[in-house]
Design a protein around this ligand. Structure first.
Ligand code: SF4
Ligand code: SF4
Length: 202
């Protein structure tokens, strides 16, 4: 009984001398190899040559500062909760008097780490962040030899005051318009003054 239609009849014919010394197979293989010499190359000479990435390519993260240079992250933990790879850990700190120029909110991330070996660059941390503090960029995480070197702390994640990372292309006009809608609480600076005002209203 025939079980499938893919059965193949095996030939038991005697191999010729050329076939026994693999000559046709060798020539066929060489022909395939030679034909590739004249085809357009699909490889590039990285790192001398770099491929152009899409503006929304998801590479190494950046922790953003606001227009005054203060860190935007308020250590709310939303990114860590959203992260499917459990790659993000943080410890919160309380802003002291005189540190307003360093941290945008009263609570800030005293320690913030991303394990790049765990990260799958899904971008969910970026989407979950209510403070526009974390973004993925088109930068590639460099290779390292030690596992600990892949744990990125604030020293590698927070952008430099005088060397900002442009993330403007990561947000579509629709998303930006949505954030500007009247009554949206997104990215509002929660100061004591604002909280008292909203409490007295209710
Ligand atoms: S990109 Fe995805 S996996 Fe990587 S830290 Fe963000 S949420 Fe986690
Ligand atoms: S990066 Fe954004 S989501 Fe993550 S802790 Fe900071 S403010 Fe919250």
């Amino acid at each position: 009984m025939q079980l499938t239609t893919r059965s193949k009849v095996v030939s038991n014919k005697q191999l010729s001398f050329a076939e026994r010394i693999y000559l046709p197979a060798l020539l066929k293989g060489m022909f395939i190899t030679l034909s590739h010499l004249f085809k357009k190359k699909v490889t590039i000479l990285y790192p001398e040559v770099k491929r152009e990435h899409a503006p929304v390519y998801r590479g190494q993260h950046v922790l953003k500062r606001d227009e005054n240079g203060a860190e935007r992250c308020t250590s709310c933990g939303m990114c860590a909760v959203a992260c499917p790879a459990e790659a993000i850990t943080m410890e919160s700190g309380e802003r002291k008097k005189g540190e307003e120029h360093l941290y945008r909110e009263e609570k800030y991330a005293a320690k913030y780490e991303i394990n790049m070996l765990r990260c799958i660059f899904c971008g969910l941390c970026e989407e979950a962040c209510p403070k526009e503090a974390i973004f993925l960029t088109d930068r590639i995480v460099p290779t390292e030899f030690e596992r600990e070197d892949f744990i990125y702390g604030k020293d590698k994640l927070v952008e430099l005051v005088d060397k900002r990372v442009d993330v403007s292309k990561r947000q579509t006009p629709e998303v930006l318009a949505f954030k500007k809608l009247e009554g949206m609480r997104h990215n509002v600076l929660y100061t004591k003054k604002l909280t008292t005002k909203s409490e007295s209203k209710s």
